[in-house]
Write a protein that binds this ligand. Sequence first.
Ligand code: ATP
Length: 363
Amino acid sequence: MSGIKLEKINKYFDKNHILKNLDLYIEDGDFMTLLGPSGCGKTTTLRVITGLENPEEGILTINGKEMINGAKGYYAPPSKRGLNLVFQSYALWPHMTVFDNVAFGLSINKMPKAEIRTKVESALEKMRIAKYKDRYPSELSGGQQQRVAIARAIVTEPRILLLDEPLSNLDAKLRLEMRAELKRLHRELKTTIVYVTHDQVEALTLSTKIAIFFEGNMVQVDTPRNIYRHPVDIRVADFIGNPKINFVDADCKYSNGSITTTSELGTLTVPCTQPPSGKVVLAIYPEDIQISSEKVEGGIPLSVYSVMPAGSETLFQLTTSGENLILAKVIGELDLPIGKMVWVTFPLEKVNVYDKETGVLVE
Ligand code: ATP
């Protein structure tokens, strides 16, 4: 079977259990992003795949070949795993030109000079840095150095490319540009990419699949769309929204395949196969909330607590009592006075309901 398969991986640092029974399958050609808060085990997972870290238990298979078998104490050396890794600190050789930095991996494999030139030039073209080929790293901006590091990784045409927070040192504008480059590159090269980030926008933009970690546990592996629309756990819902998703505590009653919730957002009835154990939490993205300054049928009356214009959009904090604030995002400019009464509506199918006790999505 092609791709990368991690089965029941357990990794400890001293007595700390860092990766807990990790199962993950990365299909050939996937752009798989490992996403989660700082310290949840993303980099450790990447280091286990590359062979820089050995787990105590579990099996790793790459393109059908067993690379780790914890029970047998077998760990294939990193050089035998057919992977290429780009770290957060891209560590170019300062005494070599851009061309020589990128050519290095091919030169040590004793490839003919003409072939090296063709391959290096093609990698530089792909990363749009051909015109800098005679410069030294110190003569490049951070973003250009980053591109050289990626060119150096792709020039050997690895089937699998591992990237650990490769855009973390760039400013916002360059980050956006590089995201687009990486996405284009993945489409062009059809390489399997495993990407580590704690930036959920980056993960949603780039990936074909996202694996979400919390404290060494894999909580959800799914397409970006499903991760965004149907987070299976309240921690995922809390982590993924930008601006943050609204959580509203509610009482609930189950009857005949649906639950009726009562909260400051009024009474809602949503389908449900398994009754939750007690109270629930409603989760609604700010962009799913519509505001009307006129009374609307079925609208929930709230008052404007604050208005935050942000160029192309406006954020509103709305409230019933001044305690719980509901965030709403409106595209364009809308100016409403503080304290004004507005009516809020949202599509019921966009509301996710979580069991307050277990944090699990109620379906
Ligand atoms: P970040 O986004 O901050 O890079 P991460 O999700 O990549 O975080 P890891 O670097 O995988 O997290 O670290 C997971 C946990 O393992 C952390 O608590 C970290 O302190 C611990 N850890 C990582 N490497 C070591 C090590 N060599 N020795 C001891 N503990 C370590």
